[in-house]
Design a protein around this ligand. Structure first.
Ligand code: UDP
Ligand code: MG
Length: 329
């Protein structure tokens, strides 16, 4: 029988926080009639998996899925969504930045009839100025670039109803920006506000290059504006160059003054060359992503699982020997 609520928690090297997370999370689940917790180990190199294993043995409603390597936060979330069965599913980070005490509020709004209840960061004082500045730029930039109404200052901390989760699981793309996909899916959405806490322990798993990658995925998945900007830039520079050419011809033929200009020539050549390379790069970003999509590799591979519910499922699908599964056919 499926539980009322499932919690999906992606975990990468979070050994230092798992115990604290569970101790704070479990009392918050009294608001539901039945629940399960799915911890997705995204290729941790510390003893996170051992901790997950221990918790799954202590509490039968907790189970773990260990991916065969690090596939990234967004894919780990997708893997979790594939393995849970609840009527509502909450996604939250392992580091206690998403306070579990908000979950009863999310459930209350879902019971009012909403399909997606996303948690908006009212304050994020606890985070560094750099993180706050980059996040502000990212969410606002994304909003101007894309047509999809992705809510500002909202991470992946949210509750989704079963029909939203089932819709998400049908999305075939590999470059997954989950909060964008949820916004795209629509249904009845609402928000609750919360104060973003500092990381309980450990370090962020999102260094600059990963944040840039996530931003790239977000923009490329939901907008073709960069391609149109490239066209716009091409037109602008062509028009400017035409103007310059006319002016040069006029000065030479009418006034008999040839335009001196090694410097100006170099500037124009370098500028146009640079713009061309930028445009090629933009096109390349999209082609690279098309290439990723057409390969149709599985989104992730499961290396191991733990927990009584998972064991029951493997036994039920008898004949399938291995715990190695893939998400998309
Ligand atoms: N995470 C993951 N795989 C990754 C990176 C992060 O599963 O490749 C998990 C991480 O363990 C945490 C959540 O995603 O539970 C959010 O990561 P983090 O707290 O480091 O990001 P931040 O809050 O600093 O943006
Ligand atoms: Mg965090």
């Amino acid at each position: 029988m499926s539980p009322e609520l499932s919690i999906v928690i992606p975990v990468l090297d979070e050994s230092a926080v798992i115990d604290a997370l569970m101790e704070r999370l479990l009392p918050c689940l009294n608001a539901t009639s039945s629940w399960e917790i799915c911890l997705v180990d995204d290729g941790s190199t510390d003893d996170s998996w051992a901790k997950i294993l221990a918790w799954s043995q202590r509490e039968p409603r907790i189970f773990g899925v260990s991916l065969s390597r690090n596939f990234g936060h967004q894919v780990a979330i997708s893997a979790g969504l594939d393995h849970v069965r609840g009527d509502a599913v909450v996604i939250m980070d392992a580091d206690l930045q998403d306070p579990p005490e908000v979950i009863p509020e999310l459930i209350a709004r879902w019971r009012e009839g909403f399909d997606v209840v996303y948690a908006v960061r009212r304050t994020r004082e606890a985070e560094s100025l750099w993180k706050r500045a980059s996040a502000a730029l990212f969410y606002r930039g994304l909003r101007t670039l894309t047509k999809v109404d992705i809510p500002i200052d909202t991470g992946d901390f949210r509750l989704m109803s079963r029909r939203v989760v089932d819709s998400l699981r049908q999305f075939p793309e590999r470059n997954r920006f989950v909060r964008g996909l949820v916004a795209w899916a629509g249904f009845r959405q609402t928000r609750v506000e919360y104060d973003r806490a500092p990381r309980h322990a450990g370090r962020t798993k999102y260094p600059l290059h990963r944040m840039v990658r996530l931003a790239g995925d977000a923009v490329a998945s939901f907008s073709t504006l960069p391609l149109r900007l490239a066209t716009g830039m091409g037109f602008t520079i062509s028009i400017l160059c035409f103007g310059y050419a006319f002016w040069a011809a006029y000065a030479t033929w009418i006034h008999g003054r040839p335009v001196p200009g090694w410097a100006s020539l170099m500037v124009v050549i370098l500028l146009v060359g640079g713009v061309q390379l930028i445009c090629l790069g933009v096109i390349g970003e999209y082609i690279g992503r098309i290439y990723d999509e057409v390969k149709r590799r599985p989104l992730y591979l499961v290396g191991d699982t733990c927990g009584s519910h998972i064991r029951r499922e493997i036994a039920a699908s008898s004949g399938k020997p291995s715990p190695v599964s893939v998400s998309l056919q």
